[in-house]
Ligand binder design. Structure first.
Ligand code: ATR
Length: 292
C-alpha cells in the first residue's frame, strides 16, 4: 500500500486518508477537488493501515522518513491509538481525546489535531446562518467519538444548556462530566426513552449517532415537541437526506446535512499540507455528493 501511494504521488507533496477500511472514504474526492481547483501539484490518496500498534508505528515511521509526505487524515479505528506515537497533540485534540489530522511541520515534527469541532461549527454557521449559540438549549443525540467533538464545539460556542441523550446513558454521563463548563452552564443527561420530550424548547437538534446511515435503521424520534423554529443537523452524509432530515423538513425545520461538516473539517489539513487557503463551495458539494 505504501508503494502504491508513493507511485501515485510521484515525488509530489502528498497526504492520505488512513483507516481500516478506507475504500469508501470521501476524503480523496474532497481534497482532490481542491487540488484541481487551485492547480496544486500534489496528491491525496488512500492508505489502508491495520488496527494494530505495529502497523501504526510503521505509518508514523513512513511519514517521518518520506520527504514529500506532508501528513494524513485518520479515520476509524485509529483516531485515539495514534496519539501516543505523535510528537505533539494540539490542546483541542487533547480535550476531544482523538486526532483526525496529522501535520508534518517543516522541522519534521508530527502534530495531531482534531478538525471535527471546527468542521461542525463552520457547517452549522453556513447551513443555519440565523442560529445563535446563545439563544437556547441544544439537544445532542449520541455520545461516541463524533459527539465528543461536537459537544466540545457547542460548549465553546456558548450554548447555555446542552441536553445529551444516548442509548447507553453511562456514555452520556461521562461525556457530560468531561465537558461541563466551569461557568455554571448546564449539561443535562436525558434518558433515551424520553428523547422526544427532551426536544421541548430546543433551538437545535444534532444527530451524531449512526442511525439513519445507509445500512443502519432510521432514527426513531417523534419531533412533535421540537419548536418549528429549531434547526436540525444530522452529521450522517450517506444518504444526504436522512429520514430524520426528511421528517424535520416536512415540519418546516431548518435542516443541515452532514456533507458540510465533512468538507469543512478537511480544510484544516489541506491548508497545512499544501499551504493554500481553501473554501467550501457549491461546486465542491456537488462533486463530492455525486459519488456518495
Ligand atoms: P462515532 O465516532 O461516529 O461517533 P461511535 O463512537 O461508535 O461512532 O458512536 C456511535 C453512537 O451511535 C453512539 O452514541 C451509539 O450509542 P451507544 O453509546 O448506546 O452505543 C449510537 N448508536 C449506534 N447504534 C445505535 C442504535 N441502534 N440505537 C441507538 N443508538 C445507537
Amino acid at each position: 500500500a505504501y508503494d502504491v501511494l508513493l507511485a501515485e504521488a510521484h515525488g509530489r507533496p502528498f497526504a492520505a486518508i488512513v483507516g481500516w477500511p478506507v475504500d469508501h472514504s470521501r476524503s480523496p474526492a474532497l481534497h482532490g477537488f481542491w487540488l484541481k481547483q487551485h492547480r496544486i501539484d500534489g496528491h491525496y490518496g488512500r492508505l489502508p493501515v491495520e488496527p494494530t500498534r505495529s502497523a501504526l508505528e510503521a505509518l508514523v515511521a513512513f511519514l517521518r522518513r518520506t520527504p514529500n509526505a506532508r501528513g494524513c487524515n485518520l479515520t476509524l479505528p485509529h483516531k485515539v491509538e495514534i496519539m501516543p506515537l505523535l510528537d505533539r497533540i494540539d490542546p483541542e485534540a487533547a480535550r476531544i481525546g482523538a486526532v483526525n489530522t496529522v501535520i508534518k511541520h517543516a522541522d519534521g515534527m508530527l502534530e495531531g489535531r482534531n478538525s471535527d469541532a471546527f468542521g461542525f461549527i463552520a457547517a452549522l454557521k453556513e447551513g443555519a446562518p440565523d442560529w445563535r449559540a446563545s439563544a437556547g438549549p441544544v439537544v445532542v443525540l449520541g455520545a461516541g467519538g463524533a459527539a465528543r467533538a461536537i459537544v466540545a464545539s457547542l460548549v465553546e460556542a456558548g450554548v447555555p444548556e446542552l441536553r445529551l441523550v444516548n442509548r447507553t446513558q453511562q456514555a452520556a454521563i461521562e461525556l457530560g462530566l468531561a465537558f461541563t463548563p466551569r461557568d455554571g452552564r448546564r449539561i443535562a443527561i436525558e434518558r433515551w426513552d424520553e428523547r422526544a420530550a427532551s426536544l421541548e424548547g430546543a433551538t437545535l437538534l444534532v444527530n451524531t449517532t449512526s442511525l439513519g446511515m445507509k445500512g443502519q435503521p432510521p432514527l426513531d424520534l417523534d419531533l412533535r415537541h421540537l419548536p418549528a423554529s429549531a434547526a436540525v443537523d444530522d452529521i450522517v452524509y450517506v444518504p444526504l437526506e436522512t429520514p430524520l432530515l426528511a421528517a424535520a423538513r416536512a415540519r418546516g425545520n431548518h435542516c443541515i446535512d452532514g456533507l458540510g461538516m465533512l468538507l469543512h473539517q478537511g480544510r484544516m489539513g489541506f491548508e497545512a499540507w499544501f499551504g493554500t487557503h481553501v473554501a467550501v463551495s457549491a461546486a465542491q458539494r456537488h462533486a463530492v455528493a455525486a459519488d456518495l
